[in-house]
Design a protein around this ligand. Structure first.
Ligand code: DAT
Ligand code: MG
Length: 140
């Protein structure tokens, strides 16, 4: 009945600001389940694969540098239509435009910062979810 898995990342800004618990709380409060959870530092190889679709874009290099600036929480989150549902919880990419009630809308900052510092990543399709879960949780 449409139980999916998605890859969620709490980016270095979220971990640094102590928002890991708050973000996981929102995921669990929605009724989604944590199927895997880890804290790790990402290297160039992992990030190049993860963000392959953005290679060549002007924000690619700063995005990768930012993602290496501290540890990241990676989670496999499971639930009914969770791929779409987590992106809805996360809100729009730009924290300024993200609606209140969303993770990025309530907690995201962009004053003096960059759009890339938007707290979370969520897979955008079933194909992306399978690919990204394989990258962050090899052997899962
Ligand atoms: P999302 O994370 O909402 O799926 P995306 O896949 O289009 O967004 O982009 C990946 C990340 O790259 C995003 O979380 C933040 C950064 N980014 C996207 N567009 C950007 C832009 N115009 N300027 C700076 N960073 C950007
Ligand atoms: Mg994306």
């Amino acid at each position: 009945e449409n139980i999916e898995r998605t890859l969620v990342l709490i980016k270095p800004d979220g971990v640094r600001r102590g928002l890991t618990g708050e973000i996981l709380r929102r995921i669990e409060a929605k009724g989604y389940a944590l199927a895997a959870l880890t804290l790790r530092s990402a290297d160039d190889e992992l990030l190049a694969a993860h963000y392959a679709e953005h290679e060549g874009k002007p924000f690619y290099a700063p995005l990768v540098e930012f993602m290496k600036s501290g540890p990241v929480v990676a989670a496999v989150v499971e639930g009914h239509r969770v791929i779409e549902g987590f992106r809805s919880l996360a809100g729009a990419t730009d924290p300024t435009g993200a609606l209140p009630g969303t993770i990025r809308g309530d907690l995201g900052r962009d004053w003096g910062l960059k759009v890339q510092q938007n707290l979370v990543h969520g897979s955008d399709s079933p194909e992306s979810a399978v690919r990204e879960i394989g990258l962050w949780f090899p052997g899962s």
